[in-house]
Design a protein around this ligand. Structure first.
Ligand SMILES: NC(=O)c1ccc[n+]([C@@H]2O[C@H](COP(=O)([O-])OP(=O)(O)OC[C@H]3O[C@@H](n4cnc5c(N)ncnc54)[C@H](OP(=O)(O)O)[C@@H]3O)[C@@H](O)[C@H]2O)c1
Length: 338
């Protein structure tokens, strides 16, 4: 890859795909060639990246994937399932955004600030990135675990509509506009109106009553932190916010962990920024987190209801650290290793 990297972005026209192009540009990625794929709807469009215009190709089963070094897939589960192994077989290292391969023992699930060494263990030629709520959560949990050993984690998420993709962002805008014009809002993407509402459901429900997003957070956190027995439970909520996911996190630790010490540990953690002066009105929120790379953590305080309890609140841009940025950082690790 010394003369530059040949990249493909599958799902280039989506919410994550567009962000990926911006981040490749911002980070001056050593690009030799770029191929962009999307559905028939977008084929022929031009998109800009690193000072050049690139044509979007239609993704078809007879596409020739030879000569691609790294392929980002940010499309749908079905596309990841079908094209991930095909791109890997053609010689590309695949960095996949979907949940399809995340729990496969031969597929590393990577957050560069937490388990970067796993990026070199892609036995199937595929690396997964976590769910957009798992990534900021494990970034905050890792330094706290190393200092005080996690005993239990309870997390409640407040997830923006961009986590569902471009169509959901349009739906929130369209419903808001309709309501201000005293019209009936159209409901297409979610089971209920999302504008001026919130939905305690993300994904489908299991027989036990958990929704699929909650199960992902539990399983993925255990895999990335390499804590298969970690006691962790989640409730995931969709909120009428355009971008950035927030999480209320309650932890119990084996050893005592003072909030001041927790703040110091979080401030020193890669990719984490502490915003915690509540009396001055400083705490993490979606709007100021938008477009930022860091996971912002605040409201760090003792939970006196258990011997060693701590509450914290975090906010992170789901399209950046929750998806595109995490994937590009993994690509940078791969490029550096060559
Ligand atoms: N949004 C997030 O915060 C987030 C975070 C982590 C992971 N992810 C994952 O990232 C992936 C993409 O999410 P997104 O939010 O970017 O979704 P999105 O905005 O809906 O974009 C989907 C992309 O996939 C393309 N696509 C859809 N059907 C296709 C087909 N049949 N053939 C070829 N291309 C097709 C779309 O092309 P057209 O524009 O032509 O329709 C578009 O480029 C998903 O797997 C999602 O689970 C998302």
């Amino acid at each position: 890859m010394s003369s530059g990297v040949r990249i493909a972005v599958i799902g280039a026209t989506g919410a994550v795909g567009k962000e990926s192009l911006e981040i490749l540009e911002e980070r001056k990625f050593p690009l030799a060639h770029l191929r962009l794929f999307a559905s028939k709807r977008s084929a022929g469009q031009s998109m800009k990246c690193l000072g050049r215009s690139w044509k979007v190709e239609e993704l078809t089963p007879d596409a020739d994937f030879s000569g691609i070094d790294i392929a980002f897939i940010s499309a749908t589960d079905d596309i990841s399932r079908e094209y991930g192994p095909r791109l890997a077989a053609a010689g590309a290292t695949v960095i996949d955004d979907s949940s399809v391969f995340r729990m496969d023992p031969q597929v590393p699930l990577v957050v560069p600030e937490v388990n970067p060494e796993s990026a070199h263990q892609a036995q199937r030629g595929i690396i997964s990135i976590p769910n957009c709520t798992t990534t900021p959560l494990v970034m905050a949990l890792k330094p706290l675990h190393e200092a005080a050993t996690l005993r239990r984690v309870v997390v409640t998420t407040f997830q923006s509509v961009s986590g569902t993709g471009a169509a959901a962002m349009e739906e929130l805008m369209a419903q808001t506009r309709a309501l201000f014009l005293f019209k009936e809002p159209e409901v297409k993407v979610y089971p209920y109106q999302i504008a001026f509402n919130l939905l305690p459901q993300i994904g489908s429900f299991s027989e036990d009553g958990d929704c699929s997003e909650e199960i992902k957070i539990v399983n993925e956190s255990r895999k990335i932190l390499d804590l298969p027995q970690l006691r962790i439970t989640a409730t995931t909520v969709r909120v009428p916010v355009m971008r950035c996911h927030c999480e209320s996190v309650n932890i119990e630790t084996e050893k005592p962990l003072h909030p001041d010490h927790a703040r110091e540990l979080l401030s020193a953690a890669d990719g984490v920024a502490v915003q915690d002066e509540p009396s001055a009105g400083l705490y993490p929120m979606p709007l100021p987190s938008t477009g930022k790379d860091e996971v912002f953590v605040g409201r760090v305080r003792a939970d006196a209801s258990v011997p060693h309890g701590l509450n914290l609140w975090l906010s992170s841009d789901n399209l950046r650290k929750g998806a595109a940025l995490n994937a590009v950082q993994i690509a940078q690790i791969l490029v550096k290793a060559h």
